[in-house]
Design a protein around this ligand. Sequence first.
Ligand code: MN
Ligand code: MN
Length: 475
Amino acid sequence: MKKIDYQKLEKQLKLEKKSCWEIWDGKTKKEAFDFAEGYKKFISESKTESEAVETGIKLAKENGFIDIKEAKLLKAGDKIYTVNRDKSLFLARIGKQGLDKGMKIIMSHIDSPHLDFKINPFYEDENLAFAKTHYYGGIKKYQWPTISLALHGVVYLENGKKINIKIGEQDDEPIFMITDLLPHLDRSIDSGGKAEYHKIKGEELNLLLGSLPVNDKKIKEKVKLAILEYLFNKYGIKEDDLASAEIQVVPSEKARDLGFDRSLISAYGQDDKACAYSSLMSFLDAKVVDQTQICVWTDREEIGSDGNTSTQSLFFESFMLDILKLSQNKGGLEEVYHSYNISQAISADVTVAVDPDYKDVYDLRNACRMGFGLAIEKYTGHGGKYETSEASAQFIYELKKVFNQDKNIVCQFAGGTGGKVDQGGGGTIAKYLANRNIDVVDAGIALFNMHAPLEIASKADIYCAYLGYKAFYQG
Ligand code: MN
Ligand code: MN
């Protein structure tokens, strides 16, 4: 009887997971580190949706993209973009074939969890001025007090003037902060004097704005008035104008290398701007192919993709119709829907990396690892596969075939956000593309600290996402 070489057989049959750092040569590792420099710059200056859109347009224009309003007749290789309400960005590179041959779509989101000013934010208490906030997206509230925060946004004045606000980013600018209770007074007698820390409530996420009063005994809220005086003198803003404003409170920290070896990045808003950046760069670098390539940065994902700038918005169809019209195709929505039927999409969103401190929550056999490459999730959602779409076996097979062409594209396959069944979970925009009958799968970057003020990603995964997305566009 022939003796079987089981070591050889194991190599042949068993799935072996290795990190990009183990697989890549020195040249590729250096490329990953170089790619991270552009990413850090992008994410440091693009903390809100509008700021990301602005940077995205700049990058697109540098690469020869033009506003669809300036486009005449579209032909293969033409590069166009359009924007919806400063919050979502749509780009297309026209393929050699018409939309009836389907499209290659990558969609990511550029909104990140943060705090918004309430409609009537300002008040004074104990001779201090504060702003009330309402959090946006799924945050752990205790993470937001005691860190430096910056204000980003817009205010529309009575006279129609639009004021852009950005305070707390430069070293010589002030920052803002939410206060927290000191540990000494955070022990109730009921708990036997043991430290059972106060659970911070949404209404306690109040931002400290200042403490200098105006000099007039007759005024009741002297500090609040001093703040209003400052805002009026500097910007012309009156308290009433804050109803026609969008002020976001975000961490003031910039993106930085993390670790002795600088292989990781700490930054605010990596969910999902890590995938937004890597997908846009892959899109800008991709060559013209038969199918039209689409890159979308969408908004409102963190609150369920509702609203006119979200993935559920009909603006996507409106963009498709514009492309058809400019391609001198007489078709309408019917053509768009037929195109969807044979289109492929990636929902480029971040997922979770196994954190060694919290191993209990993961199904370790079906979770992603930091630095192990592009994280492909067949489905997300929660217990019983609710609130998610699921990519078909055939579509995953076709993607694998594309990714396998380049040995530097390291993939890790997972599902259910890597958590144990019934542990919880999360959703992405994938299902809204799937509902349009587009083949779609989640493929993105695994993070630590997702939704915290500072999130952690691996430079390897960010570069790997870029390589994978580019192969998808060209494949
Ligand atoms: Mn996300
Ligand atoms: Mn998220």
